[in-house]
Design a protein around this ligand. Structure first.
Ligand code: NAD
Length: 291
């Protein structure tokens, strides 16, 4: 396929490189990042979008997505699809979807799970909102960049799935870290704690797959001095998006609101920026009750 790719940062670069390696004609644009191997450089976002069957965006936030969409929508050919893989507000995705529909273009919001490692290995999971026909058309691209793509319903539902997943992840990681720190103080060995919880009703991805305690369970960022992985500030971004969506939808979300407040404190006041989101464990280790 003829593909325009805008936003070639940590995630976008390996995704675009995988598409090019699979034989697609990829033209890229980024304000700062270099072009990955196999990707032809365009001079602007609109130039990268001109004449393409699909334009993929992988950008930092919803405000930037909306501004890039304003540039590229008029340049895109009728019937083409704008496929946004960034993590943004549900409302931003729905806004861009409406503008694409007015212009005779398809739109899919397709945020990802799997991080930089998954992007490089082509094993991302895509959560996709938007038209079912467009989903089928772009399926071969999801198959190159990822291992799974789930169609979640109309535009915005991919973002809804992403924030619901990540609010569960954020709250679960915090309570897993709390429990390890409590276990230490109660004299419960960490390996014993892992062996019990990972096979009992407290099990979760945070415990079983991404254990925050160094030397316990499968290899995780805890074994690499909490180098991300999934950075605490990215978790904070997603928890903020979840709270914004909950506010707009009048949904009561006390656990994820508390998780957001904790990651905010960790990232903005306690030196958590640049550390993996599982570095909540050393944070709890150092604190007294209510500290
Ligand atoms: P990044 O900051 O590495 O990359 C974003 C790129 O967009 C940068 O290269 C930047 O120069 C470019 N850019 C910014 N404004 C632009 C514009 N107007 N025109 C063209 N290019 C522009 O970020 P990332 O880690 O690649 O994340 C991208 C998106 O993926 C984010 O929405 C993030 O939340 C999401 N995400 C990231 C991860 C992760 O582990 N990094 C995991 C899942 C989802």
């Amino acid at each position: 396929m003829k593909i325009g790719f805008i936003g070639l940062g940590n995630m976008g670069a390996p995704m675009a490189a995988n598409l090019a390696a699979a034989g697609h004609a990829v033209t890229g644009f980024d304000l700062a990042a270099p072009m990955p191997e196999g990707v032809t450089k365009a001079g602007s976002a609109s130039a990268a979008a001109t004449g393409q069957e699909v334009v993929i965006t992988m950008l930092p936030n919803g405000a930037i997505l909306k501004s890039v969409a304003r540039d590229v929508i008029p340049a895109m050919q009728a019937g083409a699809v704008l496929l946004d893989c960034s993590t943004v507000e549900v409302d931003a995705a729905r806004d861009v979807a409406a503008r694409c529909a007015q212009a005779g273009l398809g739109f899919l919001d397709a945020p990802v799970s799997g991080g930089v490692g998954g992007a490089a290995a082509g094993t991302l999971t895509f959560m996709v909102g938007g038209d079912a026909t467009a989903f089928e058309t772009e399926k071969p691209l999801f198959d190159v960049m990822g291992q799974k793509a789930v169609h979640c319903g109309p535009a915005g539902n991919g973002q809804a799935a992403k924030i619901c997943n990540n609010m569960i992840l954020g709250a679960t990681m915090i309570v897993t870290c709390e429990a390890f720190a409590l276990a230490d103080k109660l004299g419960l060995d960490r390996q014993a704690m892992f062996d019990v919880v990972s096979t009992s009703s407290g099990q979760s991805w945070s415990m079983n797959t991404y254990c925050p305690a160094p030397g316990i369970g499968p290899k995780s960022p805890a074994d690499n001095d909490y180098t991300p992985g999934f950075a605490a500030e990215l978790m904070l971004k997603d928890l903020r998006l979840a709270q914004a969506a909950a506010e707009a939808a009048d949904a009561d979300t006390p656990m994820s609101r508390a998780a957001m407040a904790l990651y905010e404190q960790f990232v903005e006041q306690e030196g958590g920026a640049g550390k993996d989101f599982s570095a909540m464990l050393p944070r709890f280790e150092q604190r007294p009750r209510g500290g």
